[in-house]
Design a protein around this ligand. Sequence first.
Ligand SMILES: C[S@@+](CC[C@H](N)C(=O)[O-])C[C@H]1O[C@@H](n2cnc3c(N)ncnc32)[C@H](O)[C@@H]1O
Length: 199
Amino acid sequence: MSSEHERSHAIDESRFFSLGEQRVVVEDFPAAGWILDIGGGGEGVISQLKGNQVVAIDLSQRELAGINADSLKVIMDARELKFLDASFDTVTAFFSLLFVNPPDHARIFEEAFRVLKPGGRFLIWEANLPARSDPIKDIIVIRLKVMIPHKEISTGFGYFWPDHVQDDRYYVDLARKAGFRISEPKGRGLTFSLELTKP
Ligand SMILES: C[S@@+](CC[C@H](N)C(=O)[O-])C[C@H]1O[C@@H](n2cnc3c(N)ncnc32)[C@H](O)[C@@H]1O
C-alpha cells in the first residue's frame, strides 16, 4: 500500500474520544471442554489464558492470524454460529461486544444462549460506554492493561461511539431478554465483567 493511499485512509484524530487506560484483571476460571471465544482475534486474551481449550471465532482472518496461542482459530460470524445447539459449557467475549453494531447485539446473545449447554456460562468483559456527547468525536478509544496469571498484555481498540449508553445495565437487559440468569456485574472503573448462566 502506498503512503499516499495510507494518508488518504488515515482517521482524523480529532474524531477520537479516549477513555484512557484501564487495568483489567482476568483470573483463571474453571471450564470443562471447549471454550467458545466470540470476537477472539486481536491479542486473543482468552486464547492466551486457556490455550488449546479455546475455539476463537472472529470475522477477521487477520485478527485471528495474529494470536500467539494454541487455540483453534475459525473465521465465523457471531450472529450466525455454525455450531449445533448445546455444544459448549463456556462462551466468552472479551471486549468484543463494543466492536459489534448495536442492532446485532440481541442476535449475538441469542446465539450464545443457543450454543451453550443448560448450566453453561457466558462470561463477558466489557467497557461502560457513556452516550456520545460530542458531534465531532465519533470514535471511542480504550486502552487496556490486561493482567492474566503470569502475564501482562497491553492493547487498545477504537470503534464508533454509540449515541446511547452502552454499560453493564445495557448488556444485562440483553442477557435477560435472551433467557440468561444473571450475576451482579463486577465493576472496576470504566470496565466490568458479567457472568451469565443458561438455566
Ligand atoms: C476489540 S476486538 C476483541 C479483542 C479480543 N477479544 C482480544 O482478546 O484481544 C473485537 C473483535 O470482534 C470482531 N467482531 C466484530 N463483529 C463480529 C462478529 N459479528 N462476529 C465475529 N467477530 C466479530 C472483530 O473482527 C474484532 O477482531
